[in-house]
Design a protein around this ligand. Structure first.
Ligand SMILES: O=P(O)(O)OC[C@H]1O[C@H](OP(=O)(O)OP(=O)(O)O)[C@H](O)[C@@H]1O
Ligand SMILES: NC(=O)CC[C@H](N)C(=O)O
Ligand SMILES: [Mg+2]
Length: 529
């Protein structure tokens, strides 16, 4: 679950970089591992700034001031398939044909086949384990087939049709062709979100934006917006001030429309509206349904409902209201610690929970508390939280989750380690309660969760993380391959943590695939500072 953004300003004398940076701040919650911006200036020249870290660390003032041009892309990365190496930070770039950059949110599930195709048939070099690097190269190869010095919209749409027929999985993408324009496209199931919007300037000209969440569009004055449809693509020309307008095309047949339900549970900001459904309203509904289930359970004697900040707040408050039990903010969140779940390292995640949340004894001492969280994934947060509640004097600690038990990999954009790392893996609810130390665990039912997110036009969701049934299917050996890459990354990390330098990491018995800290491009990386 990464954040992606693309903007074209109608005034070609203006630089878009400041707005791309501001937009990044609105999408930071979708990825904290790496951030990147690429702009396109005169003579089709790309300007890039990317690296590991939060947007505010990567996008320093000096770096930003050298990003020229009226159109550009942003990416906030939360790694899925590859590793968190700097070389996998996005947007990705290929120089041929035409110069292409691409920001991808999602995950491809036929990457073994794509890698082979690019190697054996297309002869393009792939330098990382990132599925997004495969995606940009497949698109580049399709564009190349036209063998023209300049392509037109018709060619670009045709290349997208071919690309989207070849790749499988979840993808919402923004791409940029040097000197040409920005392209947005969304997978045929609409698993990952993407919105398109326009802003009317004082002189009547229009600027355009593509973004992962509606909150970015609204905040920047792109008040007329809509979701890109599953299987649809849009091209926004570099010069959109005059006769040239964005052009939409249904490039592949849509399949079952099934956005990832986890956007509503956890990923997205509550003030976003995705595919016509308000994330905030869906979380309120989750609170109502959860309360309904809890009220039917006998022998629960709850004195107070306490939320696990931050995401669960909306639902927890509503759970308390519906149960008619007092709601208290028993945990105070340190605003300087980011989201712990999307941190790449388990040890870091564990210690961050205590740095992030602090329990107030006055709200716990002598009480039976119902803690409400949006989801229980690895159990890292819940285990610490339950322990903290007890240390603060709680008598009984019940733990409720707005999502059902997570028992399977999330393959479309969350790095859920392997299934064995999930606390719900092969455990029933009593066992899970024992592992996290709670007196009882209560999970939302899947049908109820789906009801909370449904609308007249949106009936189905990608829910494979709860059922193991994935909407796109998965190629043979894909999950094993993923686990191999993850294990490899972990071994490399362990060696680094033990103080080995990169060149002493390799030994013949245990080959570790070293990840480059900086990207490979045809330009040498200059000193950014
Ligand atoms: O079972 P776990 O592996 O601990 O993961 C689940 C927790 O992680 C997330 O919180 P996070 O701190 O990432 O973000 P938030 O502040 O938005 O709730 C989520 O909201 C749960 O609280
Ligand atoms: N979370 C995402 O959307 C990640 C995008 C891409 N698969 C990567 O690993 O970089
Ligand atoms: Mg949380």
């Amino acid at each position: 679950m990464c954040g992606i953004l693309g903007i074209v300003l109608s005034d070609q004398r203006k630089n878009v970089a400041p707005e791309l940076l501001e937009g990044a701040m609105f999408l930071q919650h979708r990825g904290q591992d790496a951030a990147g911006i690429v702009t396109c200036g005169s003579r089709g020249r790309f300007y890039q700034c990317k690296g590991n870290g939060m947007a505010r660390d990567v996008f320093t003032q000096t770096r930003m001031s050298s990003l020229m041009g009226n159109m550009g892309l942003t990416h906030l990365r939360y790694p899925t398939a590859g590793s968190s190496a700097g070389s996998e930070a996005q947007p990705f770039y290929v120089n041929s044909p035409y110069g292409i950059t691409l920001s991808h949110n999602g995950n491809l599930v036929n990457s073994i086949e794509l890698r082979r195709l690019l190697d054996e048939v297309v002869h393009r070099h792939i330098n990382t384990d990132s599925d997004s690097e495969l995606l940009i190269n497949i698109f580049a190869a399709e564009l190349d087939k036209f063998n023209k010095s300049r392509v037109n919209n018709h060619d670009v749409f045709a290349a997208l049709t071919a690309t989207m027929t070849t790749i499988r999985g979840a993808y919402a993408c923004v791409a940029m062709l040097a000197g040409y324009g920005i392209i947005g496209f969304r997978d045929p199931n609409g698993i990952r979100p993407l919105l398109f919007g326009e802003r009317v300037n004082k002189d009547g000209s229009k600027d355009y934006m593509l973004a992962s969440e509606s909150v970015v569009l609204k905040a920047h004055g792109f008040t007329t917006f809509r979701d890109v449809k599953p299987g649809e693509a849009v091209i926004i020309p570099k010069d959109c001030s005059g006769v040239h307008k964005p052009e939409f095309m249904q490039v592949v047949e849509p399949k079952i429309f099934a956005p990832d339900i986890f956007e509503y549970v956890y990923f997205a900001r509550p003030d976003s509206v995705l595919d016509g459904v308000s994330v905030y309203r869906s979380r309120i509904e989750m609170g109502i349904k959860l309360a309904n289930k809890i009220s039917k359970i006998k022998d629960l004697d709850i004195d107070v409902v306490i939320s696990v900040p931050d995401t669960a707040r909306t639902s927890a408050f509503q759970t308390a209201v519906s149960l008619n039990i007092p709601y208290r903010e028993g945990f105070v969140k340190n605003r300087y610690v980011g989201r712990t779940f999307i941190m790449p390292d388990q040890a870091e995640r564990r210690s961050s929970v205590r740095r992030k949340l602090n329990a107030m004894e006055s709200e716990f001492a002598g009480r039976n508390v119902l803690l409400v969280d949006d989801s229980i994934v690895r159990g890292t947060t819940s285990k610490e939280i339950v322990a903290m509640a007890r240390e603060a004097g709680a008598k009984k600690v019940y733990f409720a989750s707005c999502a059902p038990p997570i028992r399977f990999n999330h393959i479309y954009g969350i790095d859920l380690a392997d299934t064995k790392a999930l606390v719900g893996f092969q455990r029933d609810e009593d066992e899970i309660a024992r592992v996290i130390g709670a007196d009882k665990v209560i999970y939302q039912d899947l049908e109820d969760l789906i009801d909370c997110c449904k609308s007249d036009t949106l009936k189905e969701f990608e829910v494979g993380v709860f059922t193991g049934d994935y909407i796109t299917g998965v190629e043979d050996n894909y999950l094993q391959e993923l686990e191999k890459i993850r294990a490899q990354n972990q071994r490399l990390k362990d060696r680094r943590d033990r103080g080995f330098s990169i060149d002493t990491c390799i030994d013949a018995s245990d080959m570790v695939d070293i990840k480059a800290e900086v990207d490979i491009s045809i330009y040498n990386r200059g000193d950014y500072e």
